[in-house]
Ligand binder design. Structure first.
Ligand SMILES: [Zn+2]
Ligand SMILES: [Zn+2]
Length: 167
């Protein structure tokens, strides 16, 4: 497991760098959680926490969350080009006990829950099918391999990154 610890240390280093970058953009991100899911998909979940809702909403609307995501994405590539990860933004503070930790991990790993015929986003509770997928096509590729997803509902702050690397 020592290799995992080394990777975690490196990721935490670039997360801190990303938080100072995000402060330059005038977000109020002041905390984060780094979760690793060994049981299901061996993926790193990076969750940034906004302190106040107004900052959270504005940063989704004006693209600052997207810029933070791009910044961190570049940094993570320096660690390992194939690192499986997911970045998201929340309001509040990181988990302070095991139960909260497990709840956050569950919310992060299960993108949606099925309610009868409907798929409900586990982050925001709106219909999963309404979520809009965006991504960029890189040189030499024919389709995007990673990108982000946002919810079109008014004032919804749902923002999840996606990738095909770990699938
Ligand atoms: Zn939503
Ligand atoms: Zn959502």
């Amino acid at each position: 497991m020592s290799n995992l610890n080394t990777i975690a240390d490196k990721i935490e280093e670039v997360i801190l760098k990303t938080i100072s970058y995000s402060n330059e953009l005038k977000t109020d991100i002041n905390n984060y959680a780094l979760l690793y899911d060994q049981k299901t998909d061996n993926k790193w979940y990076i969750i940034f926490f906004f302190h106040e809702q107004v900052y959270h909403e504005n940063s989704i609307k004006n693209g600052n969350c997207y810029h933070v995501y791009l910044f961190l994405q570049e940094e993570l590539k320096q660690i390992d080009n194939d690192l499986p990860y997911s970045i998201s933004f929340e309001l509040g503070s990181p988990p302070s006990n095991k139960l909260e930790y497990e709840e956050l991990l569950k919310k992060s790993t299960e993108t949606y829950v099925s309610k009868g015929e409907q798929k409900i986003c586990s982050k925001c509770g709106h219909s999963w099918n309404d979520h809009q997928l965006s991504g960029f096509i890189k040189e030499g590729e024919t389709s995007p391999k990673e990108g982000w997803m946002i919810c079109p509902h008014a004032n919804c702050t749902c923002f999840i990154t996606w990738d095909f690397k770990s699938k």
